[in-house]
Ligand binder design. Structure first.
Ligand SMILES: [Zn+2]
Length: 246
């Protein structure tokens, strides 16, 4: 979706990211700071709150979807997209529409935000699965491969590395990765979230940590079955495509 409201970049709006604290916290109370039209014809609006459980799209992870509703459960705003207007923004935009009645705002500034639980759980599993492949490569001794990018969307997820795996070795590497990933998942180790000296959030799934702002499972066993499907190369980048079980 295109950029939503043109809010002043010096705005004092700020949203606390509750999804960092607990992936499985599916609802929260919050205070509405701003409601603004995005598209009058479509009825689309942006809502900014002081805190949220909804993860914005970014870092290779799709946005959560969900709902913002009044505490009396009379007014519903269906959230179809969540974003930060830019990387350094302190606030999060919930984009969607009021549904089910004629009201286009909340009677009280305190509302309830609810995340679509199934989508959140799947996004977390997909994201953690991508990180687990970094750990699997480490265990296989392929530390020369430098992780660059992850795409943890349900459609065609992959992780990319700077480096090379020659074509005639790829089938063997895929088999080794799948074996190692299965072992790391069966081990069911805890996913560790910490901060490094620069204040970056570091997520460690299965032994290898890296900076990340995504939502993750708590234990590797929650990933389920992870299967690497192919390894392809473009210029200096190796792409490792994977799927997870339903
Ligand atoms: Zn990540």
């Amino acid at each position: 979706m295109a950029a939503a409201a043109e809010l002043d970049s010096s705005s004092s709006l700020q949203t606390e990211h509750l999804y960092y604290g607990d992936t499985y916290n599916f609802s929260c109370e919050a205070k509405v700071l701003l409601i603004k039209d995005v598209d009058l014809e479509q009825g689309t609006k942006v809502i900014v709150t002081d805190r949220t459980v909804l993860h914005p799209q970014g870092g290779g992870q799709p946005a959560d979807t969900g709902m913002i509703r009044s505490k009396d459960k009379e007014t519903f705003f269906k959230v179809s997209h969540v974003q930060k207007p830019n990387k350094d923004s302190l606030y999060i935009e919930h984009i969607g529409k009021f549904e089910g009645n004629e009201r286009e705002s909340f009677s009280d500034s305190v509302v309830e935000i609810i995340v679509d639980e199934g989508r959140r759980r799947r996004n977390a599993r997909l994201h953690s699965a991508g990180h687990l492949l970094d750990s699997a490569f480490d265990v296989l001794g392929r530390t020369e491969l430098e992780p660059t990018k992850g795409y943890h969307f349900p459609e065609g997820p992959y992780v990319e590395y700077i480096g090379n795996i020659p074509p005639d070795e790829r089938d063997k590497v895929i088999a080794d990765l799948n074996q190692e990933a299965t072992r790391l998942i069966e081990e069911n180790s805890q996913v560790l979230v910490s901060k490094n000296d620069h204040g970056d959030r570091i997520v460690n799934v299965g032994g290898s940590g890296c900076p990340c702002g995504g939502t993750h499972v708590k234990w590797t066993g929650e990933i389920g079955q992870l299967t690497v499907t192919k390894i392809t190369k473009k210029k200096k980048i190796i792409r490792v495509s994977y799927v997870i079980s339903d």
